[in-house]
Design a binder for this molecule. Structure first.
Ligand code: CA
Length: 376
């Protein structure tokens, strides 16, 4: 295991469980002294947030800490959130259940991890050949997406807030070249969400593993290939040590949204100003993570290819076309699971059609013009 990864995976869980005993469970205590005798002492909320990430993983693993710092400062210490990485209180894939049941007040992760329980949740992380980060933010915050997400999670006693985006990811790490769809057949690959279902239909076997288990699984042959995020995070995991080819583009996750989830009773127990502070802080990390990945990915890619000999490869057009076709089938199947899933699917696709049309003459036209008109 690479040393950079080891450093944040090994602290025994019990140390943090003990540390968390003091103020968890939504307990309240008077804060400070008030010189005004008639004033009610401000209630202090000490909350716990569990995540699906290895603690302190650059980017998404640090974002919950940033959120916590912001909330403490913005609330003048009235809302304090202690962050626990994957495995500290619950395993990575226990986050949804722990927050839903009120074991802890909050979580940070990605909605597609819960597809076994809530298939339509996958629309709120990533749809293969779906929306980019910019487009996802538009759908969620100005296109009706957030309202549908809240409706979907209400029955699980959860309030969702968008909490980060990595931008377009990489297609992943392989030890064989992918020259045709046949090269995917028989491969066991870590690829979560709808991308995994597409991969299954393409003849592979998709495995859903949390980030912290990827390196060892690939090293020991439990999986043959993996996707994780992109150069900035993949370099830290040391995936170049166990795979030769690094493929792009990330058709499976073109702009995945991460989620902050809050136990609904706990959220409702907050006064309106603390609810607003929490939402604003989550919205800030939602934007900040995208900025961080955008700024850091290229340097990490240069290190991977320049210093570590990674071979960068583009998936062939016919492979992408076949995966795109399967993606449309898989996405349509989710719509048939229940009426709310259909409304989410229909909203997503209607928005996608509109935004794609305008992107042709805006982002895409500009990026093409910038590339093709560059002075030689
Ligand atoms: Ca990914």
């Amino acid at each position: 295991m690479p040393s950079r990864l080891l450093s944040y995976l090994t602290l025994p869980a019990f140390v943090l469980l003990i540390a968390g005993c003091g103020g968890g469970g939504g307990s309240a205590a008077p804060a400070g002294d008030s010189s005004a005798p008639a004033a009610e002492p401000a209630r202090v909320y000490n909350w716990r947030m569990v995540t699906t990430w290895p603690e302190n993983l650059p980017g998404m693993g640090v974002a919950p800490e940033k959120l916590s710092d912001m909330v403490t400062k913005m609330s003048a210490g009235r809302l304090n959130i202690k962050v626990y990485g994957a495995g500290r209180i619950v395993p990575a894939f226990g986050v949804f259940e722990a927050v839903s049941q009120g074991t802890v007040e909050m979580g940070h992760g990605a909605a597609y991890y819960w597809k076994g329980k809530v298939p339509a949740a996958q629309f709120f992380t990533a749809v293969p050949f779906g929306l980019t980060a910019q487009e996802m933010n538009g759908w969620l915050h100005h296109g009706g997406g957030m309202e549908l997400w809240r409706e979907l999670y209400a029955k699980y006693n959860l309030v969702p807030i968008a909490g980060g985006n990595t931008g377009v990811q990489m297609a992943g790490w392989f030890n064989r070249e992918v020259n045709s769809l046949d090269d995917l057949k028989g491969l066991k690959m870590r690829i979560p969400g709808l991308g995994g279902e597409v991969f299954d239909k393409a003849g592979g076997t998709a495995v859903n593993l949390p980030g912290g288990e990827i390196f060892t699984s690939l090293q020991t042959g439990v999986i043959d290939a993996t996707e994780w995020v992109g150069p900035y995070n993949d370099l830290v995991f040391g995936l170049h040590q166990v795979a030769k080819y690094y493929y792009y583009p990330g058709w499976q996750e073109p702009g995945p949204t991460l989620e902050v989830i809050v136990n609904k009773e706990q959220y409702d127990s907050l006064p309106p100003d603390l609810q607003e502070i929490l939402t604003a802080a989550a919205r800030t990390i939602n934007e900040d993570l995208l900025a961080e990945y955008t700024a850091r990915n290229n340097a990490a890619l240069q290190e991977l290819t320049g210093e570590h000999g990674v071979e960068l490869r583009r998936l062939p057009d016919d492979v992408l076309a076949a995966l795109h076709e399967i993606s449309l089938e898989v996405t349509a199947e989710i719509a048939e699971t229940d009426p709310l899933a259909k409304r989410i699917h229909d909203s997503f696709l209607a928005y996608k059609r509109g935004v794609m049309s305008y992107q042709e003459i805006s982002e895409r036209a500009y990026i093409n013009a910038r590339a093709t008109s560059a002075p030689r």
